[in-house]
Design a protein around this ligand. Structure first.
Ligand code: TEU
Ligand code: CA
Length: 624
């Protein structure tokens, strides 16, 4: 019976009926129940329809719903598991590891782009939105993976990359043919500005304005075919779509329905705040040039288009949406995630994950800064908003190397401490593949070690032009490059960490896989993997960690992060020592500890008002 609620629409109900009838094992009672349900269907809210909020009791003022209680695991398919020995991760490889993910306890998988792509930006440049990338497998492989996920009572959200397409997408291939082409207005084409005379004395043109690309150089590319420039905020092979064209928006809604009707449970939306541009494309001011991401975001019709998308698509399905909100401030967040706004469920703000970054340089980690960010989130985001909690993904360096301590002595406790924080703060937590093993940054030696277009373009723009010495460039990227998180998953001690049977994976495996790998982690009850699994179980068992109030007890403390979560009488204290030295921390008299629930160092002993925390120790207490 349960399975029926997972049906996506009435037509699906009828298919299930047909399916069950020829499945001779169905007991007469089940058949009668199915028939009864079909009869009652009009009045039973099926999963596909958003359930009217009024019916469900609020929890601490929050509307409870599955995506607020979810624990999400991000899979970067190219680096997860290779199943056919070509050195590239693929979808059957993911399917072969679903038990590993179910055992960890995550219940939503976010799959980075799996669509047909020439991989100029590893899939974030899509050539065909309804086709699976050949290297990753077939649509049948995708369907089998989705079925495997559902069978394990997990859900799947996929990556919606519709701020731009690949320049090999049919729409752009047509658009660049001529100014009259029916697809011309699917993208942004502009005349260049007159430039200085060239060495041959001939007039030259300059880009329409001074917009920079995120991947170095101008955001405008001259196209000789029609002597106009097209806009690409990211790579030259990633032309931006013109959302002001209603045909473009309908194309997007239609491809979203295609995947939702297949059973997908939602979307992570790539740089979605950038979809509305100022068509006049004025030059950016010097201030704006300092943080052009903010200038590109929040365009004149961003909210209109998100609301239209919601009306046309999300409102018709029981789905989860998370926007990658480059350029959106915390204060602007309720305008996108407020449940009365009918736009998105939640967004990724970049304040915390980029709190210790200065461009490609890594700044010293400052605990007070990140604590003030979480406190601001708890103040700005109210009961009708929802938040995300994450400190790693495929665009940032490894979690334990950036916010923990990946030295041999402290890698494990600090990885566990960070998991404790991510899984006890308020908001839907997002874990990135490999962080449950404590995978670290990679010891890049030279430019040849990198694959990322962002690095290669910056190398040309910064190093080859002499703006920055090569060794400084490489030294910085060892700490901040996206490729740190894209090294293949470390499954065991066999060659290439068991990621592939091919002699060479597409990107080198981190040489520390002999020490850090899933096989040893799963087998070791005290591992980061099993500790994380216990944390997820604790969160699942106690909604205080989902809907409870959050309070930082000591915001200025430079090494201790100590906060409470409270839901009615149920109150917990989380104490985290972000330093490698022992700290004797005296609790405020008002905080009465009842019992120790979890510790990443298996601490035992009496519960007193003073916590003697070892380096990188994390503890969760139940309060009286
Ligand atoms: O990322 C947008 C984004 O935030 C990054 O480009 C970031 O600014 C940059 O990497 C800084 O290091 C999304 C995707 O997550 C990313 O993988 C894509 O490259 C990008 O959009 C374009 O699709
Ligand atoms: Ca493969």
């Amino acid at each position: 019976m349960q399975a029926l609620f997972f049906l996506r629409s009435r037509s699906a109900l009828l298919d299930a009926l047909e399916a069950s009838v020829d499945d001779s094992a169905v007991k007469p009672s089940t058949l009668i129940a199915i028939l009864a349900l079909a009869y009652l269907a009009p009045c039973v809210p099926l999963r596909s329809q958003a359930i009217a909020p009024a019916q469900i009791a609020l929890i601490n003022g929050y509307q409870p719903i599955w995506w607020k209680e979810a624990v999400v695991y991000q899979v970067y398919p190219r680096s997860f598991k290779d199943s056919n020995g070509d050195g590239i991760g693929d979808i059957p490889g993911i399917t072969s590891k679903l038990d590993y993910l179910q055992k960890l306890g995550v219940n939503v998988i976010w799959l980075s782009p799996h669509y047909d792509s020439p991989n100029a930006d590893n899939g974030y440049d899509i050539r065909d939105y309804r086709k699976v990338m050949a290297e990753f497998g077939t649509m049948a492989d995708f369907d089998a993976m989705l079925a495997g996920i559902k069978q394990r009572h997990m859900r799947l959200i996929i990556d919606l990359v519709v701020n731009h397409t690949s320049d090999e997408h049919h729409w752009f291939v047509e658009s660049r043919k001529s100014k009259e082409n029916p697809y011309r207005d699917y993208y942004f084409w502009r005349d260049g500005k007159p430039g200085p005379a060239g060495p041959d004395g001939k007039p030259t043109t300059l880009p329409p304005n001074n917009d920079p690309s995120f991947f170095s150089g101008s955001a405008w590319q001259f196209d000789p075919a029609t002597s106009q420039y097209y806009l690409h905020y990211f790579a030259v092979k990633q032309p931006d779509l013109n959302w002001d064209n209603p045909k473009v928006r309908e194309e997007v809604y239609s491809l979203m329905r295609f995947w939702l009707d297949k059973g997908v449970d939602g979307f992570r939306m790539d740089v979605i705040p950038l979809i509305s541009k100022n068509p006049a494309f004025p030059d950016l001011t010097p201030d704006q040039l300092h943080n052009y991401g903010n200038a590109y975001a929040n365009g004149p019709h961003m909210h209109d288009y998100l609301q239209e998308m919601n009306r046309n698509v999300m409102a018709k399905y029981d789905v989860m949406t998370v926007g990658e909100a480059l350029g959106i401030s915390l204060e602007q967040t309720p305008l996108i995630v407020g449940d009365n706004r009918r736009e998105l469920n939640m967004i990724f703000n970049f304040d915390a994950i980029r709190s210790n970054r200065d461009g490609i340089k890594l700044k010293p980690f400052d605990l007070a800064t990140i604590k003030s960010i979480y406190t601001r989130h708890s103040e700005v985001l109210g009961k009708h908003d929802w938040d995300t909690v994450f400190l790693s993904n495929h665009d940032n360096p490894r979690l334990v190397s950036t916010f923990g301590d990946d030295s041999p002595e402290f890698r494990i406790p600090s990885a566990k401490l960070l998991a404790t924080m991510l899984l006890t703060l308020r908001g839907t937590p997002f874990l990135y593949q490999g962080d449950e093993l404590g995978m670290t940054n990679y010891p890049f030696k030279n430019i040849a070690d990198f694959d990322d277009i962002e690095v290669k373009n910056a190398y040309k723009a910064q190093v080859l032009t002499g703006k920055i010495p090569e060794e400084t460039f490489i030294a910085n990227l060892r700490h901040t490059s996206r490729d740190n998180s894209r090294t293949p998953m470390q499954w065991d001690t066999s060659a290439n960490g068991g990621f592939t049977t091919a002699p060479k994976p597409w990107l080198a495996e981190n040489p520390n896989y002999a020490e850090i790998n899933a096989a040893s982690e799963v087998a070791d009850p005290n591992s980061i993997y099993n500790y994380t699994s216990k944390l997820i179980a604790l969160r699942r068992a106690h909604q205080v960690f989902v809907y409870g109030d959050y309070k930082d007890l000591d915001p200025e403390n430079k090494s201790i992060f100590i906060y409470t979560r409270a839901l009615g009488a149920e109150r917990y204290l989380v104490a985290l020592n972000f330093s490698s030295g022992p700290v004797a921390y005296t609790l405020p008299a008002s905080v009465k500890v009842n019992s120790l629930i979890m510790s990443n160092l298996d601490t035992t002993g009496l519960v007193t008002g003073t916590l003697n925390l070892a380096g990188w120790e994390a503890r969760i207490y139940k309060l009286r």
